[in-house]
Design a protein around this ligand. Structure first.
Ligand code: FAD
Length: 494
C-alpha cells in the first residue's frame, strides 16, 4: 500500500534547492506542494502591489520547476486552515510540513493551524529555513534579546556556522490523485492596468534568476563591495533582497557561496569584501531578531520617547516625496528608481527616508507604508529596522540629531552624477558642480542645461539648514529640553 501523502505548505520559500520542508516531505513519500493565497491573515501587512507582482512571477517559475521534478503546484485561496483541512480530506494526507515565518501575524496564524491540525491527529513539522540564526538561538548573557548590532553580529559568528546548502530532491513522488488547483491568474496578483514594465525590465524573479544574480555579484561585485556598496550609480550591490525575501534562494546558499569565493580569493581566510557582505546578511538576521522579540516595532517606535515626537501631517509634502519631486536630486532619483523598478539603492533609501522624517517631520510609518507598497523586496523585518534606524527611534539607530545633508551625500556618493542623470533626466545636461544643488547654479548654467526651476524641476521642498533646525527643535520639544545642535556627530557605522 502507498504511504499517505505529505502536504508541503509553501509560503515564502519558493524554491526546491536547500528547502528543508520539501526535502523532509520527499523522504516520506508522495508530496503535495501547496500555495495558499490568504493575504487577510497577514493583516495589517498583507503583501503590497509590487510584492504581488513578484509573487505571481515567482509562483509561475516554481510551477515549472515542480513540473520538471514530476510534481505540480496546487494553488488555492485561503483561509489557510480550512484549505489545508480540505486538502487533507481530498488527498488522504497524514502530514503537513512548512518552513517557519517570523512576522507577528504569520506566527499567530501558524500557531493556530499547528494546534488545530495536531488536535485532528495530523502530523505537523516546521523547519528553520529563512534565517541563519533563529531569534531565540542568539541571546545575550542574561538570556535576553540584543538591541545593538555589533554584539549580536559577534554572537552569531561565535556560534555554529550555518549548515551547507543541500541540493533539491531528484524527483518528488506524486500522490495517487492530484487535487484540483486554482489557476495562478485567478489570484489576481498582477496589476489590472499594466504598470509593471520597469519591474519586468529590471528583474528575473524565481530561483534561476536568484542564482544568476548571485553569480553575477560574485563575479563582478563582491571584490569591490566595501566601497561599491555605497555608490548608487554603480552595480556594486547584489540585488538579492527580493530573492531572499521570497525564499527563491536560501541565506545558507548565499552565505556559503560568498565564503567559498572570498576564501578562494585570499587562499587563506575570508576576504575583507566577503566579510563586509556577510555582515550585511547578518543585519537581515538582526532585523528578524528584533521583529520577533519586539513585535510592536512595525508600528510603534522601539524608543518609547518617540511616541511624544511632534510629527506633522503634510499630505502635499508626502505626495511630492512619493513622486520624486522634492527638489533634492539624490532623493528624487531614489524615489523614481523605486517607482520604476520596485527597488532603491540602500544609500538612497537612507537619504530619502531621512528627508521625509527629519526635514519634513512626516512620521516614519507613512514612509514605511509607501515602501511597503512599492518595493519588490518589501520585508516587514528589514523595512521596519530601516525606517526606525533612520528615524532615530529604533535599535542601534542613527541618533536623531544626525541629519543627513542630501546635497553633500549626493556629492560624496554620486560624484559623477550617474545616478541622478539616470533617474532625473531633466537635470542630465547640468554640470556636475550644480547637479546635486540646481538652485545654486548660475542662471547661465541652468539656461545652457535647458532648465527653469519651478517649471522643469522643483525648487527644494525645504531649505536644508531650516529643516535641520526645525528637526532639532522638534527633538528638543519631545525631550522637553533645549535643541541639541552642539552634540558631537559620530560617523555612522553603516
Ligand atoms: P546588498 O548590499 O547586496 O546586501 C545583501 C543582503 O543583505 C540584502 O539583500 C539584504 O537581505 C541584507 N541587507 C543589506 N542591508 C541591509 C540592511 N540595512 N538591513 C537589513 N538587511 C540588509 N531591505 C529589504 O530587504 N526590504 C525592505 O523592505 C527594506 N526596507 C528598507 C527601508 C529603509 C528606510 C532602509 C534604510 C533600508 C531598507 N532595507 C530593506 C535594507 C537595504 O536597503 C536593502 O536590504 C538593500 O538595499 C537591498 O539591496 P541588495 O540586495 O543589493 O543589498
Amino acid at each position: 500500500m502507498a504511504t499517505p501523502a505529505c502536504i508541503v505548505w509553501l509560503r515564502r520559500d519558493l524554491r526546491l534547492e536547500d528547502q528543508p520542508a520539501v526535502a523532509a516531505a520527499a523522504r516520506q513519500g508522495a508530496v503535495v506542494p501547496v500555495f495558499i493565497w490568504a493575504p487577510d491573515e497577514e493583516e495589517p501587512w498583507p503583501p503590497g502591489a509590487a510584492s504581488r507582482w513578484w509573487l505571481h512571477q515567482s509562483l509561475a517559475h516554481l510551477q515549472q520547476e515542480l513540473e520538471r521534478h514530476g510534481s505540480k503546484l496546487i494553488i488555492r485561496r485561503g483561509p489557510s486552515l480550512e484549505t489545508l483541512n480540505r486538502l487533507i480530506q481530498e488527498t488522504g494526507a497524514r502530514a503537513v510540513y512548512w518552513n517557519r515565518g517570523y512576522e507577528p501575524a504569520v506566527r499567530r496564524r501558524d500557531d493556530e493551524v499547528n494546534a488545530a491540525l495536531h488536535a485532528a491527529g495530523i502530523e505537523t513539522q516546521n523547519f528553520k529555513d529563512a534565517l541563519l540564526f533563529e531569534p531565540h538561538e542568539v541571546l545575550t548573557r542574561q538570556g535576553g534579546p540584543y538591541r545593538v548590532f555589533t554584539p549580536f553580529y559577534r554572537a552569531c559568528l561565535a556560534g555554529d556556522a550555518p549548515p551547507s546548502p543541500k541540493s533539491a530532491p531528484r524527483s518528488l513522488p506524486a500522490p495517487q490523485n492530484w487535487p484540483e488547483s486554482a489557476s495562478l491568474e485567478s489570484l489576481g496578483l498582477e496589476p489590472r492596468i499594466d504598470w509593471a514594465g520597469g519591474l519586468r525590465a529590471a528583474w528575473t524573479p524565481g530561483a534561476a534568476g536568484a542564482k544568476a544574480r548571485l553569480k553575477r555579484f560574485l563575479d563582478q561585485g563582491l571584490n569591490d563591495y566595501p566601497t561599491g556598496r555605497d555608490i548608487p550609480g554603480e552595480q556594486g550591490v547584489s540585488g538579492l533582497s527580493p530573492h531572499l525575501h521570497f525564499g527563491e534562494i536560501s541565506p545558507r546558499q548565499v552565505w556559503h557561496a560568498v565564503r567559498k569565493r572570498g576564501e578562494a580569493q585570499t587562499g587563506r581566510g575570508l576576504s575583507d569584501a566577503g566579510q563586509s557582505y556577510l555582515r550585511q546578511i547578518v543585519w537581515r538576521e538582526f532585523a528578524y531578531h528584533l521583529l520577533v522579540h519586539f513585535p510592536l516595532v512595525t508600528d510603534q517606535p522601539l524608543n518609547a520617547d518617540f511616541a511624544r515626537f511632534p510629527w506633522l501631517e503634510d499630505p502635499d509634502a508626502l505626495r511630492a516625496w512619493q513622486r520624486g519631486r522634492t527638489g533634492y536630486p539624490l532623493v528624487d532619483a531614489g524615489m523614481r528608481e523605486l517607482w520604476s523598478t520596485g527597488w532603491m539603492h540602500n544609500r538612497a533609501r537612507m537619504i530619502a527616508a531621512s528627508l521625509l522624517v527629519k526635514h519634513l517631520l512626516i512620521p516614519w510609518q507613512a514612509g514605511a507604508r509607501w515602501f511597503w507598497d512599492t518595493l519588490v523586496d518589501a520585508d516587514l523585518a528589514n523595512n521596519t529596522l530601516g525606517w526606525q534606524w533612520v528615524a532615530g527611534c529604533g535599535a542601534d539607530a542613527a541618533p536623531y540629531f544626525r541629519i543627513f545633508n542630501p546635497v553633500t551625500q549626493g556629492e560624496r556618493f554620486d560624484g559623477d552624477g550617474a545616478y541622478v542623470r539616470r533617474w532625473v533626466p531633466e537635470l542630465s545636461a547640468l554640470e556636475n558642480e550644480w547637479l546635486q544643488k540646481p538652485w545654486e547654479a548660475p542662471r547661465l548654467a541652468l539656461d545652457e542645461a535647458g532648465i527653469e526651476l519651478g517649471r522643469d524641476y522643483p525648487w527644494p521642498i525645504i531649505e536644508h539648514a531650516a529643516g535641520r533646525t526645525r528637526a532639532l527643535e522638534a527633538l528638543a520639544e519631545m525631550r522637553g529640553s533645549a535643541p541639541e545642535t552642539s552634540r558631537p556627530s559620530k560617523r555612522s557605522k553603516r
